[in-house]
Ligand binder design. Sequence first.
Ligand code: ADP
Length: 179
Amino acid sequence: MPDTLAHRLQLLQGDITKVQADALVNAANSSLLGGGGVDGAIHRAGGPAILEDCRKIVARQGGCNTGEAVITTGGNLPAKHVIHTVGPVWNGGHRREPELLANCYHNSLQLAQEHGIRTIAFPNISTGIYGYPKDKAANVAVQTVRAFLAQHQLPAQVIFVVFDAENLRLYEEQLTNLS
Ligand code: ADP
């Protein structure tokens, strides 16, 4: 991968709600009304302003389909915006899961770009409650982000935030293979 692209990708282990970025991505569910995992952590840390914005979106368009993304305030988070995207539930891999997961990354980046966002942090979408195999998900995430960055100036920086040791190892592998 060209040097400039490698510099635009970063890997961090920890709680995404603490990350200083212009936008955080939330692994939401299609109701947009909150859930467990990273979704719960983002709403808890960001406060009620995020849910208020989500409710307005629900009133307007009735939730968010799998693979799509919407943007709200970041409320009390260090990040100014939260981009909510709905990952696919893993069903064995024959129900367009890879395409839908790639859409999550692509559509989140597209929305970020439209809002002039320079730095964006992603959790490992679908790899918790939704059961997507972590190795396959890491591959989709890194390839999709890399392809988008190669075509666009913004976002300038993408941070992959891993929570567990297995994802840390898998992302290290994916990012090393690219360089
Ligand atoms: P999904 O329903 O899309 O699978 P989850 O929230 O269950 O979403 O999990 C997505 C990923 O987010 C998992 O890898 C999980 O370990 C991780 N995660 C959970 N809490 C946090 C957090 N506070 N910061 C970053 N990642 C988190």
